[in-house]
Design a protein around this ligand. Structure first.
Ligand SMILES: [Zn+2]
Length: 395
């Protein structure tokens, strides 16, 4: 466990640290050479890192059956602590048949020995129930459900140690771990920090939400997700460049911190909103912005389902304060960015573009309307998307 700095306690009270370093790491690497090797899925690679750095505190490993069942059925761990998403290590039938409880295994990210685990439990996944309860659908057209159905039928639960960071480590300079962000917030004098989760560029509507939230706290932690996402989301490196462009020119440097959130996207909508909030609490944030259809995909979730789900938890149970925002946009009559909550005018006066329209305009080399997106951001996105267009069509 790491000494905790900052004004909000991690979820469960202690910040987990399962990263072995120095001599301990060297000794573990030497022993692990003889362990059976288990290939991690992309999501499990990400989860192993998130567990190890404490972003998923209080988890110290992949879930055993009691936690898996309890999280699916009640949105709580078996010890009663709020938790909304299963964090599991799936393996196929053949791999499972060769392993037994009590065994130590090497967790492989491709050819890299990323970590070790002692198998506490080996049990079958209940995919349909997990899909129905966690994703609220069993349709395979849902990207999270499709991934769940593709993965192995068995789950290995047990405590982990990370020996190496993942092979593909994007933006190492922005990969601040929870223990670091807690120190960074404290050194800036921020007692209250709001986190903004995103996998999209910052359009004017998002800037409005972030700055409105910043008015009532001390600092803004802009925390875009760079883990595994759908192939049609805007590529992470283009997004990061667009964030840097807008932060440089339009945000007070001493009130904003940019970091990347290396979690895999589940697209579980409301349940993932809770999960994202708990993780940001571990990073030391006191407030969390929840927008419309947070972590949603397609038409699987109601626009405000990710708001309503917070009501299913007792007051103070999550520890972090959610800030709910409505649909925001530029209104020509108001002459400002406003929201459905604050603007009395009708849709005809609103400047709005769908994600598809945005992508098509950028691909054609057109600047987005300045009321919708600042030109600095438009330019970065346009250049990035046009440069990547052939690659983006591959998948
Ligand atoms: Zn208006």
């Amino acid at each position: 466990m790491t000494r905790v700095v900052g004004s909000i306690a991690p979820h469960g009270g202690q910040l987990v640290n399962r990263v072995l370093r120095g001599e301990l790491c060297a000794a573990a690497l030497e022993r692990a050479v003889s362990f059976p090797r288990v290939a991690l899925t992309r999501m499990a690679v990400s989860d192993l890192e998130m567990i190890s750095v404490g972003a998923f505190s209080p988890l110290t490993g992949f879930m055993t059956r009691a936690d898996y069942d309890s999280v699916i059925d009640t949105m709580h761990l078996s010890n009663g602590l709020a938790w909304s998403i299963p964090v599991t290590l799936p393996v196929d039938d053949e791999t499972a048949a060769g392993l037994h409880e009590g065994q130590e295994i090497a967790l492989m990210d491709g050819n890299l020995l990323m970590g070790i685990m002692t198998i506490a439990e080996k049990f079958p996944a209940d995919k349909e129930r997990e899909a129905r309860e966690v994703y609220r659908t069993t349709e395979e057209a849902h990207p999270g459900v499709a991934r769940l159905y593709r993965q192995g039928n068995w789950l290995l639960g047990g405590e982990v140690f990370q020996l190496n960071p993942p092979q593909e480590c994007e933006f190492p300079e922005l990969r601040h771990e929870p223990a670091q962000t807690r120190r960074m917030f404290a050194s800036r004098g921020w007692r209250r920090t709001v986190a903004f989760q995103t996998r999209n560029p910052i359009h004017r509507a998002h800037e409005y939400i972030q700055k409105t939230a910043l008015e009532i706290v001390d600092g803004l932690f802009l925390h875009p997700l760079v883990g595994e996402t759908k192939s049609d989301d805007i590529p992470a490196d283009v997004r990061i460049e667009s964030y840097q462009a807008i932060l440089r020119d339009y945000y007070p440097a001493d009130r904003v911190l940019l970091g990347v959130f290396p979690a895999a996207m589940r697209y579980a909508g409301p349940r993932e909103a809770i999960f994202h909030a708990i993780a940001r609490k571990n990073y030391g944030c006191t407030h969390f912005i929840v927008g419309r259809d947070h972590a949603g995909v397609g038409k699987y979730y109601g626009t405000y389902d990710a708001h309503y789900i917070f009501d299913e938890f007792d007051h103070g149970e999550l520890g972090i304060t959610p800030l709910f925002f409505d649909y925001t946009f530029f209104c020509k009559k108001c002459g400002a960015v406003v929201s459905a909550k604050t603007c009395p005018h009708s849709k005809e006066d609103w400047v709005s573009l769908s994600g598809t329209q945005v992508r098509e305009m950028l691909e054609r080399g057109e600047m987005l309307p300045a009321e919708f997106t600042r030109p600095e951001v438009s330019r970065v996105l346009m250049n990035g998307i046009r440069a990547k267009k052939p690659a983006a069509n591959e998948e």
